[in-house]
Write a protein that binds this ligand. Sequence first.
Ligand code: ZN
Length: 418
Amino acid sequence: MPPGRELDRSSLLEIVSYDLAVDLTGGAETFSSRAEIRFRSCQPGRAAFADLQAAGVRRAVLNGTDIAGAYQPGRLELPQLAAENALTVEAEFGYVPTGAGLCRVSGPDGCACVYSKAYPGGAPRIYCCFDQPGLRAPFTVSVHAPAGWSCMSNGAVVSRPAGAGVWTFATTHPITPYLTSFCAGPFSGAAFTSEHDRLSPVPVSTNSLPTAAAALEAAALPELFRQPLEYYQRSLGLAYPYGKCDFVFVPGYPGLAFGAPGLVTIKEQVLTEPPQRNPSLYLATVIAHELAHAWFGGLIELQPSEDGWLEEAITTYISRTALEATRPGATPWAEPVSLALPDHGYASDAAPIRQLETLIGRQAVLNGLGNLLRDHAHGHVSKDDLVQCWSQAAGRDLRQYAAGTLKPAAKADGQKTP
Ligand SMILES: [Zn+2]
């Protein structure tokens, strides 16, 4: 049977690991990567495909056989899979000016930086992968960067070169390709830890280019990061899942921000061109929202086809709840305050969760979310899983209630965080 886009690879493949090397020393226009993927097929002999959007394929080898000729823009055909497979793909790619892929931008002083936007559809523009929900695997990443640059990725730095050279990162928990993230450039900033009773301290860093360093130091105070982080750990009863968290402010990031596991990328203009109305709460909302995605969107994902809206609804609910609880006088739900916040587009989707508080209480809502994370860590969940966890936490069957109230609202226009 020929492979096709309709092929649900999550029922056919199990991805064991990615070993990924990205080389950023190829100049201002192009970069290259080498992806070594180990994966299993439950139907040996069957064909499948990998996702790849390259400018050129240098080498593609599946189980010792050259398959470079099987590349066409967007996909690499994989004929005759074995039970255990090894795929190596070396390819060149172009930096994208904006949008999904690897973006290289220059600041006003001419210094450049590189950042990725893997979601949605950007990962195959950076390396060969299986870019599909449900196909998670641990990533071991290295980045070859110019001298004077620092690099960040989902995992913590394991080794850094003295000058130009290769940065290596700790192997991640299982994540999907669209949750992978990289930033590299002449960044500087601050580092601190967030402490919590009986949990390991979480190292946090804030980073920007030199041109935004003063704005970063003035606005991005450590408590903006510590307060929501400690609130989530306490209220969900669950440690921050990814060991460390780096925040990087970069020029022109499309879509405002993205909270990947261990690495949050935020548009620099949030610092340098803050909104006139309530800029402190605006920045605090961006940080709290993206941090919450470490649990909702990172540690677990909602089934994207039907229940994906719940991911932003839960994230908005819990991040605004954290702001309300930790910032005296903050009223993120009150109009017109809500209207001026970057997550306003999701507020109406979050409303049914707030409504649930009036029925079972806030603590039961939070306990149910904590149970969902514990029961399904590093996997996908459905609305039914969520309602089951809320029912257990509340000690009552909420299925009928949820069927009537837990629905996406009609979409309003507005600036959204992803
Ligand atoms: Zn979001």
